[in-house]
Design a protein around this ligand. Structure first.
Ligand code: 8YV
Length: 305
């Protein structure tokens, strides 16, 4: 807010909560810059409501599937996101989810809080160790690579899938092997998704992909919900086709598939990937600086176009 207020008048859409589309459009009228959240749909209607003075949409997120980038491009509106500043927070959360699902932390927590009887036992609530196991990263961008580094520290091997091989400095440090997705799914012990949501990645992980995974493998998603076909995931988990799942994102947030909620071998988090005080402050500041840069006639610091 300090950065924005120093640059001009600030109008807050939906000051009492997340704005409805009409509240967004109303607040956008006459704006030079829109600072948006992943819950704000930036479409042609909103861009047109803002008017011809609009120069930039600065998203407070690294993902920008909430923005119709083509519609912005065709109107000469720049689009910026917040890469980098949330890499570590998201990778930390991913590692926490990997540990939680493989060591059954959610299940243990629920058992204690429900006041159920339990006793330490040699074979009580055993999970699986990560050492010597393979992490399969779907999308080796900055966040995927940061998860890979953490996994290496836990003794895991790293493989990745993606449309093209990642740069050598990223791959080499992880000693990561590039595989076709189908091969990665068939051999990884933990599959972690770090690809953006695009038309090509919608339901990238569906019934066939889940069936291709090992019955002992876990699926982790801290990217975007619609990359995984949730209905197919519930079916695969029920059928024992995979060992468990840990999800920070969902197909239709904030709705969570009741089938996931009912399963003990599923860890659920309410989209917390970047949710630290430090990271959210850095994201907000970068988005504000992107907005102010373009409004002042410069290029965005971190443009997506
Ligand atoms: C944010 C995210 O929580 O950056 C992203 O793409 O999903 C998260 O870091 C969210 O987008 C905030 O708007």
């Amino acid at each position: 807010m300090t950065v924005l207020e120093a640059a001009g008048e600030v109008v807050i859409a939906g000051p009492t909560g997340l704005p409805a589309p009409e509240e967004l459009r109303e607040a956008a009228v006459g704006a030079t810059a829109l600072v948006t959240l992943l819950s704000d749909r930036v479409d042609a209607r909103l861009l047109d409501a803002a008017g011809s003075g609009l120069r930039v949409v600065a998203n407070v997120a690294v993902g920008y599937d909430n923005i119709d980038v083509e519609a912005a491009r065709s109107r000469g509106v720049a689009v910026a996101n917040t890469p980098g500043v949330l890499t570590d927070a998201t990778a930390d959360l991913t590692m926490a989810l990997i540990l939680a699902v493989t060591r059954r932390l959610g299940e243990g927590e629920r058992l204690i809080r429900a006041g159920r009887e339990w006793r330490w036992g040699l074979d009580f609530m055993l999970g699986h160790g990560l050492q010597g196991r393979e992490l399969g990263i779907v999308g080796l961008g900055s966040i995927g690579a940061a998860v890979g580094r953490r996994a290496r520290a836990f003794g895991m091997r790293v493989a990745y899938a993606g449309p093209s091989p990642a740069p050598e400095d990223r791959v080499g440090a992880l000693e990561a092997v590039h595989l076709p997705l189908s091969e990665l799914l068939g051999r990884a012990d933990v599959v972690s998704i770090h690809t953006p949501l695009r038309q090509e990645t919608f339901h990238l992980i569906g019934a066939a992909e889940l069936a291709a995974m090992k019955a002992s493998a876990y699926l982790v998603n801290t990217a975007r919900g619609p990359i995984v076909d949730e209905e197919a995931l519930v079916a695969a988990l029920r059928a024992g086709e995979i060992a468990g799942a840990a999800m920070d994102v969902f197909e239709d947030e904030p709705r969570v598939h009741p089938g996931l909620v009912a399963l003990e071998n599923v860890v659920l988090a309410p989209h917390l990937g970047s949710a630290t005080v430090e990271t959210r402050a850095a994201m907000a500041e970068l988005a504000a600086r992107n907005a102010v840069a373009v409004a002042g006639g410069s290029a965005p610091l971190t443009p997506v176009l």
